[in-house]
Design a protein around this ligand. Sequence first.
Ligand code: PTJ
Length: 267
Amino acid sequence: MLYLRRSASGVQGLSDVPPSHPRYASLLTREKVVEGVELGITGLNGLIAQGRGEALDYLLGEKTTPPAMEAERAAAAMLLLAERPILSVNGNAAALVPAEMVALARKVGAPLEVNIFYRTEERVKRIADLLRSLGAERVYGEEPDALIPGLDHARAKAARGGIFDADVVFVPLEDGDRCEALVRMNKRVITVDLNPLSRTARTATVTIVDNVVRALPNLVSLVEEMAGQDEAELQSILERYDNISVLRRSVEEMISHLSDQFSALEG
Ligand code: PTJ
């Protein structure tokens, strides 16, 4: 109870947790999502998604694993090679990594598009305003003028010049239906999803099984580091990349982390 505070809306959060607290990073992440809800950026369902993510991250050992790093490297190569890349931002990404999304967009020359599952125009505008306040130059999503085929009307909304026309879509924490629909449009889809068995994870071209709060800073560093590599080198990273193997090894990472924890208990 030592660190609990009550925010303006009455939601309890943790504001003064010392960095030495063993669950500091996880608690801070949770608080950012709660703040996102309070600010009208994140939907209430975002809290449930975050809880699911926390549980899976716990199984993973709350670290970027070697298969996640391999996927991050492939994602960086794919973004650098893309002709019309786009970064899709939902309510959870906006709460957790808004500045990193803007930085990544700038480094790969991509616009951002606010594309949310539980769509309200007010939340779209709040997210777009947040991204612009952090320096985003091109933000789509407030005036969608196209529909992604195969989805119901609200979820299908997209922008020409943005997601609708992109060749590579970076879409963290995506819903399985939309991921499938984007792949059906022959787009290459990069996702970040802590569930290696979700439909999104299995459908995307590159699935990063990592927490978005670790994946985004990693991606920003990787695109910086790899921007000087020639096209052939970047292509060869993509040719060697095998998403199913990455998913399998991510599951194995979870199993071996749990087994190590148990061995430590048994002494
Ligand atoms: O802002 P909106 O309306 O677009 O809604 C966003 C959410 C995330 C609520 C919506 O897309 C949704 O309901 O997503 P799902 O179907 O719950 O899927 C979210 C996936 O992301 C799940 O597999 C979670 O395990 C995973 N996830 C949750 N938090 C994180 C995460 N993956 C990476 N990093 C996280 N912090």
